[in-house]
Design a binder for this molecule. Sequence first.
Ligand SMILES: C[S@@+](CC[C@H](N)C(=O)[O-])C[C@H]1O[C@@H](n2cnc3c(N)ncnc32)[C@H](O)[C@@H]1O
Length: 223
Amino acid sequence: MSAVELFEKQRAAGYNRFVETWIPNYRYFLNLLPKLLLPLKEQKLLVVGCGTGNEIEPLVSVHKNWDITGIDPSPEMIDQARQKLQPYSNVKLIEGVVQNLKDSERYGASTLLLVLHFLKDDGSKLELLQQIAQRLTPGAPLILLDITGDSQQIEGNLNVLRAMIPEDVTTEEIEQRINRIANELHHVSEPRLSELLVQAGFTSPLRFFQSAIYMGWLTTKAG
Ligand SMILES: C[S@@+](CC[C@H](N)C(=O)[O-])C[C@H]1O[C@@H](n2cnc3c(N)ncnc32)[C@H](O)[C@@H]1O
């Protein structure tokens, strides 16, 4: 059984507001996706942990002929994605985890945004990455956005994050959130992320984006 971090109740309902506040340059990053995923040989895309479907929106509006599958274990998050993406017949949304997809299904690209740092590095991160790798065609790109860094980087970049948060957020809220990131989320260092990806069946990843603690990575299915 895959490890999951379920987004429920207020955490799900308030998610879109939350990301705009706490992930500086989130929209900028999402808008890069349609360009970064070109050219694709097979236009079948797997969006893992798609949440409310935020990353699917820019993809589907640019690549109208792509076949996009979004998967997420949280019913409340995927409901929001269903409402938002209802007009698009080429988007399929599934409540579940990657393991629930057919073993034989193959995709030409995948994204994993803001998911991996919720899973422990006790085999859970590796298992999710392996499940994704198994379903990609060789050479297929995987784009990740994740909190990454060793303890020194995280400490320094949390200070940078503090400075980037909108002014209407109270100091108390900022400190609570910073404390949760530092002590409760399961970020790993850049070399460890690279090691996990290679072990799962991907090439050594390229860091192409950074906004405080959030790093964007590009890798491809090896082989
Ligand atoms: C912070 S949200 C990110 C949503 C979206 N990717 C985005 O960038 O806005 C994390 C999502 O990961 C989902 N999730 C948690 N564990 C998961 C797992 N093992 N596999 C796939 N998704 C998972 C949660 O339900 C939640 O919707």
